[in-house]
Design a protein around this ligand. Sequence first.
Ligand SMILES: Cc1ncc(COP(=O)(O)O)c(C=O)c1O
Length: 445
Amino acid sequence: MNTNINRRSFLKTTATASAALAMPVISRAADAGKPALLGGTPAHKGGWTSWPQWREEWEPKMLEVYRSRKWFRLSGPHVPEFEKAWAEMLGAKKALGVASGTTSLIVGLHVMDVDAGDEVIVSPYTFIATYNAILANAALPVFADTDPATLTMDPKSIESRITERTRAIMPVHIYGMPCDMDPINAIAKKHKLAVVEDACQAWLGEYKGRKCGTLGDVGGFSFQESKHIPAGEGGAITSMSEDIIDRCNAYHNCGRSCGNFKGTGSFSRGMNYRMTQFQAMLLLQQFNKLKEQTAIRRANADHLSANLGKIPGITPIRLPENSRPAWHLYPFIYNAEQFNGLARDKFMAALRAEGVPCSSPYREQYYDGLLDEAINSRGYKRLWSADRLKAYRESFKDLKGNKQACETMVAISQNMLLADRSDMDQILEAIRKIQAHSAALAKKA
Ligand SMILES: Cc1ncc(COP(=O)(O)O)c(C=O)c1O
């Protein structure tokens, strides 16, 4: 099995994959402590909650939009209703609904004045859309290193990457785990840089009492299908500044002036990144579900973290002080040495055989070709010197923390955190079994 399976396809397959493993099992005392791969009984039987979810009670409101014939953002009331409610729930001054998480980040960077030839310091440990949002603004994604203990941007690695072209810092609250924003904001302030938060996986994530997406100048969210509050596609931008959201609104609406942003008096530069009334209504239906499920995910994640740390070779992720993640995935660090050298891929195969789907989503994707394509393009060669682009390409090898993070993390998906406490105990039991039999599993072909 490809261990680098795409996170979205992983989520879609978790329910069915584990159901397939749920063969009727006759309890045999001798098998009780054995891993499934060595002939024992899987620790978890039955599937996991499927995703996305729908509720019958949402249907009248969805039908209302359909029958209203007002589907376009500017013809109906629901996008502004969604924006007001999203801003209130996050404690943001204002929010703007947009077409996707990617477009939320493209717009956020544009309004913070990231322009062709600028540089943005960003976390490499993220979904590729984060890189692309910077490239879409003809800017260069310059990677801070990842702290392998937190999986987020290591604030200590930022300042050495700042050049006279740096315009913004883009922290990513990966898997819904807040970045350590105080030092990041302090560096941004010192060097007069904007902070654009990629909160695409961090709905209701909290850092020191404030929600992700309200901690920098502007934040972007995704409501794509795998997300905790999905609308097929969709996104939002949040800010504590009304003026910033007015500028975002203008840019996402073909450059039409908005509120305090008068632009050129006619059209300014802009795109069509508008949200539809259907997306807004579907999102509005899910606010209570998001709050309830976030509490369940947190309780189950806390239970896992409290117990996983007791298993030699498994380390829960370190979180910033006084923070509450959204847990889009639940990751932990795997140390093969403490498992008799059992390679991570083999560990994950053994865990899947226990009925516990898992993955290791991000690899060192700066070597995957996207950035080579960008820096070898005519445009980038015009915008940067050959020396700068060469040094940029060579600097990827310095991302030692990120390499370690990519090589050692294992994750289960958010839908699994919606199961019962007994299911969490079965995940723990599965890992304990694998640890106890790791020498035999390591020898198995
Ligand atoms: C961290 C991160 N950034 C950006 C995006 C882009 O969001 P979208 O797929 O809605 O364009 C995603 C979505 O998967 C993401 O996880």
